[in-house]
Structure formats: structure tokens, C-alpha cells
Design a protein around this ligand. Structure first.
Ligand SMILES: C[S@@+](CC[C@H](N)C(=O)[O-])C[C@H]1O[C@@H](n2cnc3c(N)ncnc32)[C@H](O)[C@@H]1O
Length: 236
């Protein structure tokens, strides 16, 4: 599981200082196809959902996330949009009375890293293999047959530090492990570290990822890949 409580107060300023390109992410999702409902898995502070809600006022939009402090920010941000609902849940136990035509995760519970010409690697906030099975098993029940799952694509992670929009210094450190990697996130002002967060990620090679996901009805569908921002899977 990936608890973002420590980072939550600084999440928006870190991410909107060039970490993610939200404009392109949202454009990709909306360029995909008409949808009447959509689920974001690991919606965080709602930066993506806000843009979708502005542009798709008729769609039923749901965001789910594990971290209450992230959702508290999302609730404020999304309050003007009556078509958005938010739910605090762990994907490993996810239960809602609803099925979706489209679900996506961008940097949320799962995402892909693509390094040049190499095969995509699935990165999961769930460090245990059994939890990944549980997560896909619960997600499976909430995607309608023929529906789509889009998992975001990122470039390879590396250590770096940079000054962000609020003048603080963001840095990250990656420590490779046997079944994934550990990522340390820090934010510092001139005198001290104001935020430190560590997340343990599990990784799966592409063949293993496809096998894992196919076991829960998610078949890789290269036709549903979106502008290199997402890899697409069809729910059989
Ligand atoms: C990097 S943030 C991405 C947030 C958002 N998608 C965005 O683009 O700004 C990852 C989010 O995934 C959530 N998350 C991690 N593990 C989770 C789990 N097991 N169940 C639900 N949400 C989870 C975290 O709480 C965090 O808010």
C-alpha cells in the first residue's frame, strides 16, 4: 500500500512544478472515446479529476484513494462538481455498487515505466504480490465487459533534486531491490527537511504483468494505447 499522508500538504506544488504534465494527461484521456462514467484509481488530490469534471459535466466521475489527507484536498477541489464522488478505500478491498466503462490510474496504484525501446515494466504501490492479485480481483468486479482500463506511462525514475515553484528543494532517491525498488521523497526549505516519505514499489516485467492482469480479465490492447501516455487493457 502507498500511504501519501506525509507528502499530501506539498503534493500539488511538487506535481505542478513539472513532475507530471496534467494538461497532456487529461487531453489523452478525453481524446479516447465518449464515456458516461469513469473511475480514477488512486486519484490523490483530484488534479486530473478536476479537469475531467470541467470538460465532461454529464459524466459520472468517481475517484478512489487510500490516503485520507490526499482525499481531503480532493474533496475541497471537487466540491463545485456535483457529478464527482470520492471514496476512501484500499484497492485491495475495493467495493462499490457501480461498474465503469472506463477506469484509469496515472501514477496511482499502478503505472508503467518505459525506458527507451525496452519493454514496459508495471510499477505497483502494492509491494506484495498477493495484494496485487487482490487489487486486480477487486477492480475486475467494477469494470463492465468490454470496458477499458488505462494505466499511465512514465519515464524511468532516477535520483535528482530541483527547486520547485514554492522555492523549496524537492529531491528523490531510488534504491533498487529484488522485486522492485524503494523511493524516498524529500522536500527541504533553507534550514530543514519539511517532508520525507518512503514508498516501497513492486515491479513486474511486461510478460508477467500481462499474465497477472489477464488472470482478472484485463487483456492488453495496443489499439487502446493513448499517445504514449497510457497503455490500454480491455475487460473481457
Ligand atoms: C502519485 S499519487 C497520484 C495521484 C493522482 N493520480 C495524480 O496524478 O496526481 C498516488 C496515489 O495513489 C494512492 N494509492 C497508493 N496505494 C493505494 C491503494 N492501495 N489503494 C488506493 N489508493 C492508493 C496514494 O494514496 C496516492 O494518492
Amino acid at each position: 500500500m502507498g500511504d501519501y499522508t506525509n507528502m499530501s500538504a506539498y503534493y500539488d506544488v511538487i506535481m505542478t512544478s513539472g513532475y507530471y504534465n496534467y494538461e497532456e494527461i487529461v487531453q489523452s484521456i478525453l481524446s479516447y472515446r465518449e464515456f458516461s462514467n469513469v473511475l480514477e484509481i488512486g486519484c490523490g488530490t483530484g488534479l486530473i479529476l478536476e479537469e475531467i469534471a470541467k470538460r465532461q459535466p454529464k459524466a459520472k466521475i468517481t475517484g478512489m484513494d487510500l490516503t485520507e489527507a490526499m482525499l481531503a484536498i480532493a474533496r475541497k477541489r471537487l466540491q463545485p462538481f456535483p457529478n464527482v464522488s470520492l471514496t476512501r478505500q484500499n484497492i485491495t478491498q475495493f467495493e462499490l455498487e457501480q461498474q465503469y466503462e472506463l477506469a484509469f490510474s496515472y501514477g496511482g496504484v499502478w503505472y508503467f515505466v518505459i525506458d527507451g525501446d525496452k519493454e514496459p515494466v508495471l510499477v505497483s504501490h502494492l509491494a506484495d504480490d498477493a495484494d496485487n492479485h487482490q487489487g486486480f480481483a477487486h477492480l475486475e468486479k467494477h469494470i463492465s465487459r468490454g470496458g477499458r482500463l488505462l494505466l499511465g506511462v512514465q519515464g524511468p525514475h532516477h535520483d535528482y533534486e530541483r527547486v520547485i515553484a514554492n522555492g523549496m528543494k524537492y529531491s528523490q532517491k531510488i534504491l533498487p531491490g529484488e522485486q522492485g525498488f524503494t523511493k524516498h521523497y524529500y522536500l527541504a526549505d533553507e534550514t530543514r527537511t519539511v517532508m520525507a516519505q518512503t514508498i516501497q514499489y513492486r515491479t513486474y516485467g511486461f510478460a508477467d504483468a500481462r499474465k497477472l492482469m489477464a488472470g482478472y480479465g484485463f487483456e492488453y490492447d495496443p489499439d487502446a494505447n493513448l499517445n504514449k501516455r497510457f497503455l490500454g487493457f480491455t475487460k473481457t
